[in-house]
Design a protein around this ligand. Structure first.
Ligand SMILES: *[C@@H]1O[C@H](CO)[C@@H](O)[C@H](O)[C@H]1NC(C)=O
Ligand SMILES: *[C@@H]1O[C@H](CO)[C@@H](O)[C@H](O)[C@H]1NC(C)=O
Ligand SMILES: *[C@@H]1O[C@H](CO)[C@@H](O)[C@H](O)[C@H]1NC(C)=O
Length: 515
């Protein structure tokens, strides 16, 4: 199940559904040569915009007179029941003084606090038009403009597969879910793998040089790392990844839950499992050496995904929901962060996480020893062997780790929270804007109609499945406050201390074995 493996190839996404088997084969063959190169960014021709058809409907978001019962606007489902559960006015309780006070919203999960960290670089300066138009634009694939609850897109560069399509589809669903609540804004989005805004280039400098640079560009993308300032945003896979048959998260999460319940942890194979595409990263190739062989058993069962046959079979072999058959599951990054992490964490089997370099929007909420077990990158096999031996001799602790991760995925990462995260992120971002957002001449309005009517096959199916049908009158969960510096330091310290502790245990176990 290598989900990050094809990320570095460029294909024209819109041509895909028709001849997708062929294209995917082509991709498979192509990507081997393209890994680690990104020259295509500069060399691809500008294709036709992905979103071209515009059917305007009047979403008047400022009328709050009645809850919006949004029925399928495409009239594909006239018999579907109208959902009303979430359109009722929020319940009100009266305090003793007689003043009505609505129920306070629940607090969002802790990982939402990273929204403040991600936007910190602009806290004192604000976000200027120059930062967006001149700086962030350099690598962006599209500009997203939201005005009065409508979404406009200026396409700047082609994206790989349907990343941009499903990301924008997600934004449209946010607008349907929270009509009238998404602020006016303009932002640049880069759909490519790796973060690019290097923090060392934008250290606060006094004097002319600093001012001339104009502060860091606020650039949205799917992941970041320690040395960059890119703003992280949930990736497209939450709404679907048709090219490799990954369905929208809401439904997939449910299947994963059922798949997980099918096999009791005790009955699972007592080894660490990984399946994926080793070709995309050196570290994955190193992982292959930890596979069981005649001479050695590092407690790992490693499988390379056969892409050509998987493509031909529509990725049936990679059925995610039936991958909870081992007691431990290895997570290892591909070319950047991997979409697969949420699927791996969804089994009650503890995830053995090879020290990651990148983070996405939710992974900073995970704690080693609580949600996963850390694996050294520079000594993987030994580290995996120790982890499995430890788990098999500390079964209760191991199960607790597995359970903490699967409930994190099921509860804290449900779509409700994904939407709330985006809403809070965009709201906080918009507060920093020091300019008035406007629709650029080349921007095109997108709507669910324009996107879904244009789509075909699996793309269309996934759009229909992930479509938000009811607006939510209750607001989002409450954004927790920023971390105080001491809190942040102690959090990071707790992380590194646990990792160091495990490394000590590993070393001691190894020494004992050698003596
Ligand atoms: C939306 O509705 C409000 C109040 O009913 C009205 O004042 C406004 O002009 C409408 N806007 C659009 C774009 O139709
Ligand atoms: C790892 O070992 C197993 C068992 O021998 C084998 O079936 C599998 O193909 C091996 N994986 C790789 C990537 O060679
Ligand atoms: C919205 O309704 C359609 C059709 O009934 C359904 O397929 C889809 O899954 C629904 N969306 C969500 C998020 O449940």
């Amino acid at each position: 199940m290598a989900l990050s493996n094809t990320k570095t190839v460029t294909v024209h996404s819109i041509a895909f559904p028709k001849s997708w088997k062929l294209s995917a084969l082509f991709v498979t063959l192509l990507f081997l040569g393209f890994i680690f190169t990104s020259f295509w960014i500069d060399t691809v021709n500008h294709p036709e915009p992905v979103v071209t058809v515009v059917l305007l409907v009047n979403h008047n978001t400022s009328s709050t007179q009645e809850p919006i019962h949004t029925v399928d606007p495409l009239h594909l489902n006239q018999n579907a029941p109208i959902h009303t559960a979430q359109t009722v006015v929020p319940p009100i309780t009266c305090s003793s003084s007689g003043k009505p006070t609505p129920n306070p919203p629940p607090i969002c999960p802790d990982y939402f606090r990273w929204i403040h960290e991600d936007l910190k670089p602009w806290k004192s300066t604000g976000i200027t038009r120059h930062m967006v138009d001149r700086l962030a634009r350099r690598t962006a694939n599209f500009r997203l403009v939201i005005l009065g609850g409508r979404a406009y897109v200026e396409k700047l560069k082609d994206s790989f597969q349907t990343r941009d399509v499903f990301t924008l589809w997600g934004v449209l669903q946010l607008l349907r879910r929270y009509p009238g609540r998404v602020p006016d804004l303009e932002l640049m989005f880069d759909t490519f793998d790796w973060p690019v805004v290097k923090s060392k280039d934008y250290r606060r400098r006094s004097g002319k040089a600093g001012r001339r640079r104009g502060g860091p560009p606020p650039l949205f993308r799917y992941c970041g790392d320690e040395s960059t300032l890119d703003i992280v945003f949930p990736d497209w896979s939450f709404w679907g990844w048709p090219e490799i048959n990954i369905k929208p998260w809401e439904a997939l999460k449910e299947e994963l839950r059922e798949g997980n319940e099918r096999v009791n942890w005790w009955e699972r194979v007592p080894y660490a499992y990984w399946k994926g595409n080793p070709a995309v990263a050196v570290t994955r190739q190193e992982l292959l050496q930890c596979n069981v062989s005649e001479e050695r058993d590092w407690n790992a069962r490693i499988y390379a995904q056969d892409w050509i046959s998987e493509v031909q079979q529509g990725f049936k072999q990679s059925n995610l929901a039936s991958q909870c058959n081992h007691r431990y599951k290895i997570y290892i990054e591909g070319s950047a962060w991997s979409v697969s992490e949420k699927y791996i964490l969804a089994c009650d089997s503890p995830a053995l996480v090879v020290t990651p370099r990148y983070y996405d929007f939710f992974t900073r909420g995970l704690m080693p020893g609580q949600h996963y077990w850390p694996i050294r990158d520079d000594n993987k096999c030994r580290s995996i062997k120790f982890a499995v031996d430890w788990g098999n001799t500390h079964q209760r602790e191991a199960q607790n780790i597995g359970k903490a991760a699967s409930s994190f995925i099921q509860e804290e990462l449900k779509m409700d929270h994904v939407y709330d995260y985006i809403l809070h992120l965009l709201t906080e971002y918009a507060k920093l804007q020091k300019f008035k957002p406007r629709k650029p001449r080349k921007a095109i309005e997108i709507s669910v109609e324009s996107m879904a009517c244009h789509a075909k096959g699996l793309e269309k199916k996934f759009m229909m499945e992930s479509m938000v049908n009811v607006s939510r009158d209750m607001g989002p969960c409450e954004l927790p406050p920023p971390y105080a510096q001491v809190q942040l330091n102690s959090l990071l310290k707790r992380k590194t201390n646990f990792i160091k502790q495990v490394e000590n245990w590993e070393q001691r176990a190894w020494d004992k074995q050698m003596s």
